[in-house]
Design a protein around this ligand. Structure first.
Ligand code: ADP
Ligand code: ADP
Length: 222
């Protein structure tokens, strides 16, 4: 379980980006963190990813204080950042260095299937569409079985059609197969995206970075 307790963040230049943020995310949930530009989404995700530290309060994963990048927490960025000289499966297995070859191959195959790309295992990144490349990045993020995978505006670099298509595909796949109990934390400014993908939506107030609403939605998916 991920907990954020009374977290505040003031940047060295005096900008108060977050204050009084508390939330709990249980393992296996798909949660969207929604808010407009400048409301503090990136700041909060950097704190959860251990890339920056809070000015007040505390963040924990399974009871352990988050004080730096943590193996239980992965991040998928806006751009897929695939290595062009590695195949799709080698890219997807990139975070599995410590594992033996058999485990690694099985894990990669499973995660590529979970994003609907089992047939692209031997392809090269240049042969993929933008949406497919981003799905490989998601498979790579899921491969080490992190407890939490943060997706930072994961579809913002895609055109509208690809984006809608990918959102629908992922929503269907995740509903059918689950994601090996990895908690997904999707950071987005797009409310429609949150509704399609998430079980729970947390809305951040534009300023000064205070959490003001939590919506549990259990509507049937479109
Ligand atoms: P969002 O991701 O929701 O757009 P951010 O977390 O990037 O919001 O920013 C929240 C507030 O903190 C904004 O006012 C932004 O200008 C400010 N901010 C973000 N990063 C820094 C930084 N490194 N130094 C100073 N202010 C920052
Ligand atoms: P995003 O694309 O996630 O919304 P932002 O535009 O919020 O990203 O921030 C991009 C980068 O710029 C971040 O690393 C953030 O720390 C930095 N940044 C954002 N606002 C400020 C600011 N007011 N002062 C200094 N750095 C900032």
């Amino acid at each position: 379980m991920l907990t954020v307790s009374d977290v505040g963040k003031t940047y060295p230049n005096g900008t108060r980006a977050l204050h009084g943020i508390s939330l709990k995310v249980e393992r296996g949930e798909t949660v969207a963190l929604v808010g407009g530009s400048g409301c503090g989404k990136s700041t909060l995700l950097r704190l959860i990813a251990g890339l920056d530290s809070p000015s007040e309060g505390k963040l924990t994963i399974d009871g352990e204080t988050i004080s730096g990048p943590h193996p239980k927490i992965g991040v998928v960025f806006q751009e897929p950042r695939l290595l062009p000289w590695l195949t799709v499966s080698a890219n997807a297995g990139f975070m599995l260095e410590g594992h033996d070859v058999t485990t690694r191959a099985a894990r990669v195959a499973e995660r590529l299937a979970a994003v609907g790309l089992a047939d692209k295992a031997d392809a090269w990144p240049r042969e993929l569409s933008g949406g497919q490349a981003q799905r490989v990045a998601i498979a790579r993020g899921l491969a080490p079985d992190p407890e939490v995978l943060i997706l930072d505006e994961p579809f913002s670099a895609l055109d509208a059609l690809t984006k809608a298509d990918l959102q629908d595909q992922l929503a269907a796949l995740w509903e059918a197969a689950g994601t090996a109990r990895t908690t997904l934390l999707i950071v987005t400014h797009d409310v429609d995206e949150a509704i399609v993908l998430a079980d729970r939506i947390i809305v951040m107030q534009p300023s000064p970075g205070r959490l003001f609403a939590e919506i549990v939605h259990d509507l049937p998916r479109p």
